[in-house]
Write a protein that binds this ligand. Structure first.
Ligand code: NAP
Length: 270
């Protein structure tokens, strides 16, 4: 079994890469596939694996009150850090892990890497591509950087970065239209209207919303995918500037694929 390498070790990236690829082959008789989920891609992969007759369990963080449930077995809630996940992998006969979490769920991804290195369970990250960048988009490396840039871009903000991101914008004296799936809790901007909704959205609907609220700047994560991309076309059509938060980098040395088909291919490889 590979040794768990501390983060600070400079040799870690190479060891991670070797450890995760060493046995990156799914043997259907050997155990089940664990999908770290919370995305449309994770649900599509679960459906495909169930249809293929493989044993699959999807894991959800449990943040959303009424989540769309994947096919097959589902577990809900955190594992209790790297050690908890490693123990779960051992106890549940897991043959391979697909981290299909949202591109911004970087803690879960880092934990998956460490737990898979510790247990020798192969791991692939399924991460959909970011949106094709458009000329004129302003980029920020983090939510605090986006908050710092925002006052120079507009006054009436359409904020779509998720309810857990609101504290970063709490001190800004701007008007916010905040759209999120579940009601936010914790610090948030004083001047805010909250719209509870989840995609898919249409370009016409997004344009109407922007006009209704007099939106003059859109803030989004570079989430990628079609479910929430209509706001980008709507902003272009309405002449609304777009501020995009860059994705966190993937841990070095990890296998990554961009589509459900490629994840299936990775699992089938033998
Ligand atoms: P995160 O910050 O990377 O993870 C924080 C902790 O939440 C993890 O250490 C883990 O707890 C638990 N966790 C996260 N994803 C989990 C999963 N699929 N199954 C079990 N435990 C999980 O995660 P996040 O950004 O809050 O995202 C939480 C979930 O929402 C993810 O499943 C993600 O796919 C989904 N999501 C996130 C975003 C976003 O913008 N971040 C957007 C849409 C959907 P333990 O340490 O206790 O194991």
């Amino acid at each position: 079994m590979p040794e768990l390498i501390p983060r600070a070790d400079p040799a870690r990236d190479a060891v991670v890469s070797t450890a995760l690829r060493a046995t990156s082959r799914l043997d259907a008789d050997r155990g089940r596939v664990l999908i770290l989920g919370g995305t449309a891609e994770a649900r599509a992969l679960a459906r495909a694996l169930v249809e293929a007759g493989l044993s699959v369990v999807s894991s959800l963080a449990g943040r959303v009150r009424d989540p769309a449930l994947p096919a097959g077995e589902v577990r809900v809630g955190g594992f209790g850090g790297v050690d908890g996940l490693a123990a779960w992998l051992r106890d549940h006969d897991v043959a391979a892990v697909v981290d299909a979490t949202h591109p911004f769920a970087s803690t879960m991804t880092a934990h998956a890497v460490d737990a898979c290195v510790a247990t020798g369970v192969p791991l692939v990250v399924l991460r959909r591509p970011g949106w094709p960048p458009e000329p004129g988009w302003v980029w920020a490396d983090s939510l605090p950087e986006a908050a710092a840039l925002l006052p120079s871009l507009g006054n009436r903000v359409f904020l779509t970065t998720g309810r857990t991101s609101l504290a970063a914008f709490a001190e800004l004296d701007l008007e916010f239209l905040i759209r999120c799936v579940d009601p936010p809790a914790g610090p948030m901007p004083r001047q805010a209207r909250v719209l509870l909704d989840r995609g898919p959205f249409t370009v016409d609907g997004e344009r109407e919303l922007m006009r209704e609220y007099g939106v003059d700047v859109l803030v989004t994560k570079d989430s990628g995918g079609p479910l929430t991309s209509a706001k980008l076309a709507a902003a272009r059509a309405e002449g609304v500037p777009v501020l995009v938060v860059r994705r966190p980098a993937l841990p070095a040395g990890v296998d990554a694929v961009a589509t459900v088909e490629a994840a299936l291919e990775w699992l089938r490889a033998g």
